[in-house]
Design a protein around this ligand. Structure first.
Ligand SMILES: [Zn+2]
Length: 497
């Protein structure tokens, strides 16, 4: 008997905010540094110290809330959440309990071109704990992270598969990166997930929730949910009951495991933080934050597809990194000015662009998404950190467009531009890589190749058409890759006819 089980999933996301200093003190927000170097009496939890709210953290938290379409509340307050654990020197964490920064919010995801909106419960601010490092010799503690600013985002339980969960957190991360509140680096733990999973029969009351804690990658989130759904289904099919508990995730064996049972809800003895007054946020402030929110990935995705006629796959790569899509658009804008300035083009700016759009966009994307991504990945940097400007890259594209450069020489020049920031025309001249299209010059090389490769010539003349490509390759080699392959092909065809 197979029952029609439906999984119900909610996710809590902790996001580190990118600020200069910590949430309630002046210590630097830099948990990657030498351990225990960015600390002060406040974040060490010394008695008698007074926390002061970091305005930058508040600004970024409000930006995050707006980017997630959440409603910033006119008043909110901080609370002390008590629990005893070595990573919490004060014995409590400053968080927000019943009056969070923002309520509601939503994220739209697209699952196999089916759109779905997933709503949010709330967005609140809190401080991070210290980091425990479990070494062979014992557990070490790094307090650099203690007191750094976090936001916690809680989704409504509207997610129904592991895949949907992954799409949801991916879109959420991208929105927060676009809003410039975090770098969203998963390896550095800048985004961390907890998830609630239950399984029930459709139309029947919800099942018992199991919480899975500390998931640090999209993959582990997806795998843990998948595993948990199967585990719970199996228990229900055997007619047994699900235990309400908190579970961990073992990435190596791909299973969740019991951490503690939750039959008695943990009592954190929340009470209002007496040292920080409640916040009053005016409508003017909220409106200003809303106005400052830049274009979000969803809108950019749609606009790029419409404006440039780019495929969904290419657009996805472009918007994955905001600076990559910005670099693309700056390059295109340079190329449009260049097209307008040519004597050979006529008509309005729009007419000229429409006539060339397809060819130019294809050329730019071809180089950007293959060669340049290869270079940035190899150098472990973003395109913004390379020495190459969009102006130089646009000029590089014009050289290809005008056939002054062929693609093998192009690769050499692009690598040099990427490394040193050299102007492509200058680089082409210095390296003597300008494409040779001069028929008289090329005929000489063709003639030499025909004399050297008599066997191949015979093969071609007996009908082995692919022999032509071999001969083109020989001429390219002779000219050190500078020949225009099309011109070479034309000359060969004529001579062999
Ligand atoms: Zn401090």
């Amino acid at each position: 008997m197979k029952k029609n089980f439906e999984p119900v999933i909610g996710i809590e996301i902790h996001v580190q905010l990118k600020t200069q200093s910590k949430m309630f003190c002046g210590s630097k927000n830099a948990d990657e540094d030498v351990p225990n170097t960015h600390v002060c009496p406040i974040c060490l939890g010394h008695p008698g110290t007074l926390p002061v709210l970091n305005q930058e953290a508040l600004q970024k938290a409000m930006r995050a809330a707006c980017a997630l379409n959440a409603h910033i509340q006119p008043t909110c307050k901080f609370d002390r959440k008590h629990y005893f654990y070595p990573d919490l020197p004060k014995g409590y964490q400053i968080s927000q309990y019943d009056e969070p920064l923002a309520l509601g919010g939503s994220i739209r995801i697209s699952n196999e071109s089916k759109e779905k909106v997933i709503h949010l419960e709330r967005v609140h601010m809190e401080e991070d704990t210290a980091q425990l490092i479990h070494a062979k010799t014992g557990t070490l503690m790094d307090l650099n992270r203690a007191g750094t600013p976090l936001i916690e985002i809680v989704s409504k339980p509207e997610i129904h598969s592991a895949h949907e969960a992954k799409l949801f957190v991916q879109e959420l991360r991208l929105r927060l990166i676009y809003a410039e509140v975090t770098d969203g680096n998963m390896k550095k733990g800048q985004l961390r997930f907890d998830t609630n999973v239950s399984v029930h029969t459709k139309g029947k009351p919800l099942g018992t929730r199991v919480e899975i804690k500390n998931l640090n990658s999209f993959r582990s989130l997806e795998q843990a949910i998948k595993f948990e759904i199967q585990r719970q289904k199996k228990i229900l099919e055997q007619g047994e009951t699900i235990l309400r508990e908190t579970r961990g995730w073992n990435d190596e064996i791909g299973e969740t495991y019991s951490l503690r049972n939750k039959e008695a809800v943990q009592d954190y003895r929340y009470f209002p933080e007496p040292d920080i007054p409640p916040l009053l946020i005016t409508n003017e402030v909220i409106e200003r934050v809303q106005l400052e929110i830049p274009e979000m990935p969803q809108e950019r995705r749609k606009r790029l597809m419409e404006e440039y006629d780019i495929s969904e796959r290419d657009v996805q790569v472009l918007i994955e990194t905001p600076e990559l899509s910005e670099f693309f658009e700056k390059t295109i804008s340079e190329l449009r000015s260049w097209l307008d300035s040519l004597d050979t083009t006529e008509g309005s700016d729009t007419e000229i662009w429409n006539a060339n759009r397809k060819k130019i966009t294809k050329l730019v994307l071809g180089w950007l998404l293959s060669e340049i991504l290869r270079l940035t990945n190899a150098a472990h940097i973003g395109i913004g950190q390379s020495k190459m400007t969009p102006e130089n890259f646009a000029e590089f594209i014009t050289l290809l467009y005008e056939r002054k450069l062929n693609s093998s020489a192009g690769q050499v020049i692009l690598a040099e531009m990427f490394r040193t920031g050299i102007d492509p025309s200058q680089c082409m001249a210095e390296k003597n890589l300008e494409q040779v299209s001069d028929t008289l010059v090329l005929e000489q090389s063709v003639q030499e190749v025909l004399q050297e490769e008599t066997q191949v010539v015979q093969d071609y003349q007996r009908g082995k058409k692919q022999a032509l490509m071999f001969l083109v390759g020989k001429v390219m080699k002779k000219t050190k890759g500078k020949a225009n392959p099309q011109t070479v092909t034309d000359i060969l065809r004529k001579k062999l006819a």
